[in-house]
Design a protein around this ligand. Structure first.
Ligand SMILES: *Cc1c(COP(=O)(O)O)cnc(C)c1O
Length: 349
């Protein structure tokens, strides 16, 4: 597959901004930096951040066993995804494929970039309709967005279906693995060498407990990452985020203990929720949330809100009529959810 042919025309020959830190890299603390018009008085944040986040990428590279030149970091996954759209999609001409119900940002980003959206709904049990997806693609279908484990449904797609789509779709496949650390499924990051059209995105916002610092990650071939690097704003990941991410990632035990805790709580919640009379279905989850079907999602959402519990009403998503999404909280928070659910009337008037 020729990645260069898939690129937007203006991107093929784009000359990126050359920042001060592009033109002079490295050096020691003893050097005098008079190149970037920074304020010289040290306060920990007076210098521009490393535009390529070398220290942080080094850690991620070890953690995920992916070379540094196959990693791009951004201000949350949303920025990473936006950069991907801008690399490949010609506004008013190209289209992307999404598979509802799924993460809302994919469609919003298409709107922002003026790119058409083709929707191929998941099956009623939230699986991929592989032949239909492949049939919907045309010569202008540049991106296929897959989310596994999927938000808001919680399930993972089969490796066989994903493999077939990645092999046969003639554009870029973006596989959003925001919830992969809660799943037993293997990440596709290990398969990048086999699939030149695959981009895997991950985030520090969920399992790693750092939604507040905004760090999105994308893994792809060296060739794709080189293109995305030319598009990204020069200093898109700030110094505080880089520092904090490094600090937290070094504490591997903390994240893995928290993930085990959340998984245990998920299992516990799934069992208890079965006893709530107005919950008719608990969808299987490979993520840190559970989708349930109730009698009237909007009413139950409002009742829970009155009891101080904020959930997500997904009733307007395709295939999710009367569904609520519960994030798995701490043991104490989940207990409050269960207690609240138990106080609600079993049958609505
Ligand atoms: C939460 C989430 C993300 C993470 O987005 P960030 O911008 O990195 O916080 C990405 N994709 C999906 C499907 C999500 O649910």
């Amino acid at each position: 597959m020729d990645i260069q042919k898939l690129l937007r025309n203006n991107i093929k020959n784009l000359k990126p901004y050359s920042s001060a830190r592009d033109e002079f890299q490295g050096g020691t603390n003893a050097m005098v930096f008079l190149d970037a018009n920074e304020n010289p008085f040290e306060n920990g944040i007076n210098r521009y951040p490393d535009p390529y986040q070398n220290a942080l990428k080094g850690l991620l590279s070890e953690l995920k066993d992916v070379p540094k030149d196959q990693i791009l970091l951004g201000n949350g996954s949303d920025e990473v995804l936006d950069i991907i759209y801008r690399a490949f999609c010609e506004p008013k001409e190209d289209n992307i494929l999404i598979l509802p119900p799924t993460y809302g940002m994919y469609e919003v980003l298409a709107g922002i970039n003026d790119v058409a959206v083709k929707k191929i709904n998941l099956t009623p049990d939230f699986q991929l309709n592989v032949p239909k997806i492949l049939k919907a693609a045309d010569a202008h279908s540049k991106l296929l967005l897959l989310c596994s484990p999927n938000n808001p449904t919680g399930n993972s797609f089969s490796a066989k279906d994903l493999g077939k789509l990645i092999s046969e779709f003639e554009g870029i496949v973006v596989l959003d693995e925001a919830y992969i650390d809660f799943s037993e499924a293997e990440s596709w990051v290990k398969q990048l060498d086999k699939f030149p059209n695959l981009i895997v995105t991950q985030t520090l916002s969920k399992a790693f407990g750092m939604a507040g610092i905004r760090l999105g990650i994308c893994y792809a071939s060296k060739e794709i990452i080189a293109v995305l690097n030319r598009i990204k704003p020069p200093y898109n990941v700030n110094i505080l985020t880089q520092k904090k991410a490094i600090e937290q990632l070094q504490n591997k035990v903390l994240a893995s203990n928290q993930i085990s805790d959340i998984l245990e709580q998920r299992k516990h919640l799934q069992i208890i929720l079965k006893n709530i009379p107005f919950i008719s279905k608990i969808y299987p989850s490979d993520a840190n949330f559970i989708l349930v079907k109730v009698d009237d999602a909007t009413q139950r959402y409002n009742e829970l809100l009155k009891l101080g519990i904020v959930t997500r009403n997904r009733t307007h998503e395709v295939g999710c009529e009367n569904c609520l999404r519960f994030t798995v909280g701490t043991a104490e928070e989940n207990k409050k959810l269960i207690e609240a659910l138990k106080t609600l009337k079993a049958v609505l008037k």
